[in-house]
Design a protein around this ligand. Sequence first.
Ligand code: SF4
Ligand code: SF4
Length: 329
Amino acid sequence: MLREKSVLVKQGRVILRRVKLGLWGPEVSEVCFGSLAISPLQGRVSEKEGREILRYAVQKGVNWIDTAEIYDNYAQLKPVLQEYPELKIVTKSYSVTEAELKHSLEKARRELGRDFIDIFLLHEQENHLTLQGHAGAWEELQNAKAKGLVGFIGISTHAVQGVRGGALQPGLDIIHPLLNYKGLGIIDGSLHEMLQALEFASQLGIGLYAMKVFGGGHLTGEPEKALKFIRSIPGVQAMALGMSSTAEVDFNLAVLDGQEISPELRQKIRQRERKLYIADWCQGCGNCVNICPQGALNLSDGQATVKQERCVFCGYCGRVCPHFCLKIV
Ligand code: SF4
Ligand code: SF4
């Protein structure tokens, strides 16, 4: 419904839609640049290469970037944000208390070189109880918005109950839910239940932009289907796409523009299968098990093991391993 109000912006040969996030949210391009894919957490490209890919996407009309404190890439993004002052930035933090949120917001403002953060989200909220537990951080986020330090506030979530809890959270503007055509990565329900929850949130006027559109890499075999599925969901106005090459930028924007994809471009974006590798010197400390949002890791006989089909290759686990055992290969 809301997407029908979108306008088309032509950049070179590609037309990228502009949409409004929810009833009162900001106007943005239909595609948000998901910067996890160029961050050191995923290690797919160097910091400099990642910036070049981001610049390329911006020149094609992408006008907002999604990051998070955990991606550890504020310094990588800062020069591009300075070159393009009109670019909007979304960040997220796991802050629980008022003081933690204050600290996270100051860090984002300082390290991104922006006095104003366009959208700030509480990262990975699972349900209304998780949100209750983060009441201090939420209150501070509302204060920051009232003071003009933040434009819009909300949550990101991999959970059906996260969307439902978020939709009823006082003052919430935006939800960033996990969504793909197979429902891969939804931690507490089916795709059907997620779609119902999103419809509920959309009816309340909340802005929705999807993440994990390609199921963290499991759905790259049918990328057109993955992109078109998100566009087909009423009320989901936009999507964050992790892109780690200019060919991926070209491909995604061309598909959304309804263009014919050349065999050469299709060949360039063909991805090899990815896996999470766990080194045999794992000490079984359990840090990775505790941080994995997908429940993909377990301890067995004193070592970490992974259910590959659950892993969405976010790279969060690698960051907390004190012995550098985890790598996406
Ligand atoms: S196993 Fe690691 S990379 Fe895979 S989903 Fe869990 S935290 Fe992310
Ligand atoms: S964090 Fe590293 S050492 Fe600890 S269980 Fe996970 S892989 Fe093993």
